[in-house]
Design a protein around this ligand. Sequence first.
Ligand code: FAD
Length: 439
Amino acid sequence: MSISKISVVVVGAGPAGFYAADALIKKKLNCEIDIIDFLPTPYGLIRAGVAPDHQTTKKVIKSFEKTALNDSCHFFGNVHIGNEISISELKEIYDAIIIATGAESDSLLDIPGSSLPGVIGSASFVGWYNAHPNYINLNPNLETNNVIIIGNGNVAIDIARVLVKNRNEMAESDIPEYALSNIENSSIKDVFIFGRRGPIEAKFTNVELREMGELKDAVAIVRPDQLPLEVGSLSDAREQRLKEKNLKTLQEFSKNKITDARKRVHFPFWYKPVKILGTQKVEGIQMEKTFLNNGILESTGEYLEIECGLVIPAIGYRSRPVKGLPFNDTDFVISNDNGRVDMGIYAVGWIKRGPSGVISTNRPDGVLAANHIENDFRDGGSKPGRTALVSMLEKKNIKFVSFEGWKLIDKAEISGAISGAPRKKFEKIDDMLDVVFYK
Ligand SMILES: Cc1cc2nc3c(=O)[nH]c(=O)nc-3n(C[C@H](O)[C@H](O)[C@H](O)COP(=O)(O)OP(=O)(O)OC[C@H]3O[C@@H](n4cnc5c(N)ncnc54)[C@H](O)[C@@H]3O)c2cc1C
């Protein structure tokens, strides 16, 4: 005997949301799955976070598209949960709610001067060069010789690379023209990627680090005296291999000279930010030298000051609370027990476990949520789901974008691309909606 349909809504159409939908489909439960996003476009940080010159990484959307086109799935773009529709309204019409809203804010750089204009968190900066509609008017000050990036992860590397690549190197990317021409016409010469710890502790992956050795106009600079001769022995063999590769790459970089190229990306290790200098806007940064003492980071009292007009902390992301659901203010995640928030409410991806890992790291969260739903709804569901959502949206006069609507946006972006580029992204939500509703 087949069970009655379980109505499921996924809030957030990023990787975590799609993996959850896919896991439900694979279970062959009798589910109707609606995926909601506040943007008219799906795919979350794949579209708005992954660097515009890393198009191969973005190809994962092909498998998410298959999920979206499954008969049981429906996409509702341009619908903001929390603003336009509340969680309690969703509870009334859906058996199960999966929260997949990611982590959109920056971790705060809590030092004097960090609120001065010219300090721009990586979430906003990356959103700006990826044409996320919330950040297109960011207008960062690129009239500066020096840019300081704080943090030793791949996001820091992405930002540095985008800032020093030339137009030709970005020709096959989908960077918006406003960002490309601002960068091209900027006075940036030196980008510093500062790490509080050393090269062994840095979180760069090797492919991304090596890319810094392949730039046309810029050279990677590492001080040889900051590099240990070897990694030492680590407990995890995979970690050991990665660190050895990174050290080898950094050793190669340490042979480069600052006169080798027009621009430079410096990797100063063992410095922590102390103070942003300036009165009306950023004029410089003070860093303090650090060292590790039995695994604890300590300061030396030795300072370094660099003049700059732009500081980009790339020190991690934070989730925002979802109105109506419990939030853990210490870890900045939705309060959950192994993905379960409450009966019928589940969390996946960055809002569930914090901002770590690559795209596929979100997959097991989806499987977990699907397992919970399978267990919790053994007798099937009872709530109306999609039909009730559509009438609620119509009653509230909310113009929602279906997956077919997104495909119209997609098609227009692809056909608007200049040669070599994969697409020319729309920058404003209204322009996207025009394509869908006034085609
Ligand atoms: C700068 C950057 C670069 C990265 N590069 C790579 C890379 O090269 N390779 C890689 O494997 N991983 C990369 N990652 C990691 C990867 O992007 C994440 O693991 C993944 O996107 C997290 O998925 P998520 O679904 O939890 O969140 P997200 O991708 O952020 O998706 C969340 C979705 O929820 C929507 N949303 C939020 N709030 C609401 C609301 N209230 N109502 C409706 N919708 C809402 C958002 O619009 C968004 O679409 C990168 C991350 C960043 C930040």
